[in-house]
Design a protein around this ligand. Structure first.
Ligand SMILES: Cc1cc2nc3c(=O)[nH]c(=O)nc-3n(C[C@H](O)[C@H](O)[C@H](O)COP(=O)(O)OP(=O)(O)OC[C@H]3O[C@@H](n4cnc5c(N)ncnc54)[C@H](O)[C@@H]3O)c2cc1C
Length: 393
């Protein structure tokens, strides 16, 4: 056991300065908590490659209604969150765009599936409108002529993950969050309570509460007692960035998505002329290599949906790792280890879920009460013996 020594008292130490960790740290500092973040490259992580779709309705899958509620709650907060962040960061734009999303069917099987999704939306009282292929092309003339039908969801929008990260880092610094540019190599536990972290520099940082927000690395932290956190799988996504020259604008006016050959595909047109095309879904460990096959499949499928993309300059290919929990829903709130709080496992929705995660986790940090909205997502749902598990602040 390492006795932790630190001069300056820290209320909250956030391990991982990706989009989730930074947002939690910013909100915690706003609540008056002395907050620090440890990350070798703060402002990095999967948010740097993410498409930034804010799409709780078009991403909805059967059986994920609690996640839908969380996603909708976050989506509703986004406009205010983005505006507040811009202000707090000294004017950084987040690329938040109120644009809506269209989910497109390319053949009759897709059309049947989309019809079922539409019926599901209606049963849940969600706002989505059925369009014929012709109506869809009237909205988005660059869609392939063979489009068989579409769902228009006016409330699924977009934000730019890279700009959000830049703004969050600045907002944290301006709010007094101490940023340690180092890796946390060990969680320190004293008398059955998390008390701090040892950094790669050899330094230790003590804190009353530790927030684990290290994405797909969260469960790998040395010192973490067994059974406190399930494995967070790294789910690789390859993604492309194209540029829409002025002469081609508006190329697309809203997010476009479809299922092509069984794979989810989306095109996200940003206001600055960037067109993001994503993404592959691959489970093969901590590998972020961009492959010829991945790029080929994305371009082939996107070309089927919007043939005109072949005219556009391809400016970037990249890959990142989505942090997937065993049930693909996030882990929010206290763990079975007193003093340790989780904010991880956001899988394919981490950008969408940033505002709500920051609000719920900072509320818990400030008051010791976890709001009802977060209750279905407590990490103790994965504890081996839930009956004897007592989550603690
Ligand atoms: C291709 C792709 C497309 C996506 N598209 C979307 C989308 O359209 N909409 C959406 O909502 N979401 C999307 N996502 C998902 C989203 O990007 C993630 O859910 C989100 O980035 C998770 O954020 P995080 O901060 O929890 O983890 P990460 O982004 O993984 O950040 C973790 C941070 O922890 C740090 N870290 C790790 N280990 C340590 C350690 N030991 N000590 C200190 N720091 C450590 C890392 O350096 C990193 O900065 C996409 C993801 C991918 C890969």
């Amino acid at each position: 056991m390492t006795r932790v020594q630190s001069d300056a008292r820290t209320d909250v130490l956030v391990i991982g300065g990706g989009i989730i960790g930074l947002a939690v740290a910013w909100r915690a500092a706003q609540r008056g908590l002395r907050t620090a973040v440890v990350d070798p490259s703060p402002g990095g992580g999967a948010g740097q490659v993410a498409a930034g779709m804010l799409a709780p309705v078009t991403e909805l899958q059967y059986g994920e209604e609690p996640l839908l509620r969380l996603g909708m709650a976050s989506n509703e907060r986004y406009a205010d969150f983005a505006a507040e962040l811009t202000e707090a960061s000294g004017g950084q734009d987040t690329g938040y765009r109120w644009c809506g999303t269209i989910a497109v069917a390319l053949d009759s099987d897709d059309r049947e599936e989309l019809r079922e999704l539409h019926a599901f939306h209606r049963r849940l009282g969600l706002d989505s409108t059925w369009l014929t292929g012709r109506e869809a092309r009237r909205l988005e003339p660059m869609l392939a002529p063979g489009v068989r039908g579409a769902l228009h969801v006016a409330d699924d929008h977009q934000v730019d993950g890279r700009r959000m990260l830049r703004a969050l880092l600045l907002a944290c610094e301006r709010a007094g969050v101490l940023i340690h540019r180092a890796e946390a190599v060990e969680l320190l536990v004293e008398d059955g309570r998390a008390t701090g972290a040892r950094l790669g520099t050899g330094e230790t940082v003590a804190a009353d509460r530790i927030v684990l927000a290290a994405g797909p690395h969260s469960h790998r932290l040395a010192g973490l007692p067994e059974g406190v956190l399930p494995a967070i799988r790294p789910v690789k996504g390859q993604i492309l960035r194209l540029r829409i020259p002025d002469a081609y604008r508006p190329f697309l006016s809203r997010n476009v998505r479809a299922v092509v050959r069984g794979q989810h595909l989306y095109l996200v047109p940003r206001e600055n002329g960037e067109l993001v095309i994503g993404a592959t879904t691959e489970e093969q460990g901590y590998d972020t290599t961009v492959t010829a096959g991945g790029v080929y499949e994305l371009l082939r499928d996107a070309h089927e949906l919007v043939p005109g993309i072949t005219e556009l300059p391809l400016v970037e290919t990249s890959a990142g790792l989505r942090p997937g929990s065993p049930d693909n829903a996030p882990l929010l709130g206290p763990t079975a280890l007193p003093g340790l709080v989780a904010a991880t496992g956001h899988y394919r929705n981490g950008v969408l879920l940033t505002p709500v995660t920051a609000d719920l986790v900072s509320e818990y940090l400030a008051t010791g009460e976890l709001p009802d909205l977060a209750q279905p997502f407590t990490p103790t749902r994965f504890s081996p013996d839930r009956s004897t598990t007592k989550a603690s602040a």
